[in-house]
Design a protein around this ligand. Structure first.
Ligand SMILES: [Zn+2]
Ligand SMILES: [Zn+2]
Ligand SMILES: [Zn+2]
Length: 436
């Protein structure tokens, strides 16, 4: 029998009974062909590849990360809870030492879901990676985590959740936002006052192939990880960079994904996007699983590879080299112009957020306490075209005394002020979640 040289855990949750609409690209059969392919290749019979059963995430798991408006029930279904829960199962398997790494092949995806949730954005309601990471921190005392988002779209939800957290290095590699949803993810987006440089955006031009992706990984991502020294590396393993993906414009193959994974060696991989349900997902997932298990992936090839694969054009290669050089200068060679903040200063940020799936417009006014001792007290005043107006206060894990006091003061002021429909307190120090 074939034996994996690295023991891995797999979690499948295709969510056959949930979709945004019957013709939507993020649909029920997204993982159907993948499951068939994995069975057909006999991967579940390989010694060292272990399949785990899913369980739903709890309300408390969601409340470590999100302010759901009006509540968790209104913005999630059972499928969302199980998709997030599948990631928790994968995380447990790794942290208990049962496997070296694990891959959660779940849907619906999560990386466009921000801290405040009024509805569905970019096919996402709750952020399944963030829910997993905060569970790991709470349960296993993990501190430093790196997320490498290799989905073709900018992981703007994950970026939002970790914008102020210096202990989470968020690296997103994606198709340039000038050419694809959600239109963000440029190098100058580098993190909030207390976490400048902990968000790294790498926008790549349309037609980037695996050559360009692997170059970026080698030149930028690996050195960034080496310097950050995370306890865990998480891969948001979206597969929509594939040359057959119907909603994007990149040139990645299944073998390219396998090579990427073999080099990155994530502790945990979570499926995000990927919409070439029949032509790409089964082979990409196969490649990722085999790479994680340390198996030879040189035989992984899509049946239509020879017909459809387009090599990366030379002008695109040059463009990628320029982008990588620019970001290297900023993030690896100290070129990032960090703004100086006065200790204790309250820094504001105003934003407009659009929920493309649910057609909701949201306005946010964010306050963060500039602090060199912790991630800083955070408050978000959010009003949406649903008519709801809330204030959410987040007190981060390991918050210093002053940031804890500031957060509680903000919460009490808003709770007694009466201008909000709801006021939330997410106190990660005391492990309390309150809503008034
Ligand atoms: Zn991405
Ligand atoms: Zn995507
Ligand atoms: Zn502080």
């Amino acid at each position: 029998m074939l034996k994996a040289s690295r023991k891995i855990g797999l979690v499948f949750f295709p969510a056959f009974d949930w979709a945004i609409s019957p013709t939507h690209p993020e649909r029920e059969e997204r993982l159907l062909y993948t499951q068939d392919q994995v069975m057909e290749e006999g991967l579940l019979d390989v010694d060292g590849i272990i399949e785990y059963r899913v369980r739903p995430a709890t309300t408390a798991d969601i409340q470590r990360v999100h302010f759901c408006v009006p509540d968790e029930e209104a913005v999630t279904t059972e499928s969302h809870l199980i998709s997030a829960g599948g990631c928790l199962v994968a995380a447990d398997a790794v942290l208990r030492g049962e496997v070296e790494s694990a891959f959660a092949l779940v849907r619906p995806p999560g990386h466009h879901a921000m801290r405040v949730v009024h509805g569905n954005r970019g096919f996402c309601n709750i952020n399944i990676e963030a829910i997993m990471i905060e569970y790991l921190r709470d349960r296993y005392g993990i501190r430093k985590v790196a997320i490498v988002d290799t989905d073709c779209h900018h992981g703007d939800g994950t970026q939002d959740i970790y914008w102020h957290d210096p202990d989470t290095l968020f690296i997103s590699i994606h198709q340039d936002g000038r050419t694809l949803y959600p239109g963000s993810g440029f190098p100058h987006e580098a993190g909030g006052p207390n976490a400048q440089g902990a968000t790294v955006n790498i926008p790549l031009p349309p037609k980037t192939g695996e050559e360009g992706f692997l170059y970026t990984l080698e030149e930028l991502v690996m050195p960034l990880l080496e310097r950050f020294e995370p306890e865990l590396v998480i891969n948001s393993a979206g597969q929509d960079n594939h040359f057959n993906d119907p909603i994007t414009n990149m040139n990645f193959s299944a073998r390219g994904y396998a090579q990427l994974n073999a080099r990155l060696r994530p502790d945990l991989a979570v499926l995000e996007g990927g919409y070439a349900v029949e032509d790409a997902l089964p082979y990409v997932n196969l490649g990722i699983i085999m790479a994680m298990a340390g198996l030879d992936t040189s035989c992984v090839k899509e049946p239509n590879y020879d017909r459809d694969y387009r090599p990366q054009p030379p002008d695109i290669t040059m463009h990628i080299h320029r982008v990588v050089d620019e970001i290297k200068t900023l993030f690896l060679e100290g070129g990032l112009n960090k703004t100086a903040f006065t200790e204790g200063e309250i820094v504001e940020r105003n934003r407009n957020i659009f929920y493309d799936t649910d057609m909701i417009y949201e306005k946010q006014r964010e306050r963060i306490r500039a602090c060199s001792h912790c991630a800083g007290a955070l408050s978000i005043d959010s009003s949406a075209t649903t008519g709801r107006h809330i204030l959410g206060v987040h007190i981060p894990r390991d918050a210093c005394d002053l940031c804890q006091a500031t957060g509680r003061k903000w919460f009490e002021e808003a709770a007694s002020g009466g201008s909000f429909n709801q006021v939330y307190l997410q106190d990660r120090v005391r492990r309390v979640y309150e809503k008034i």
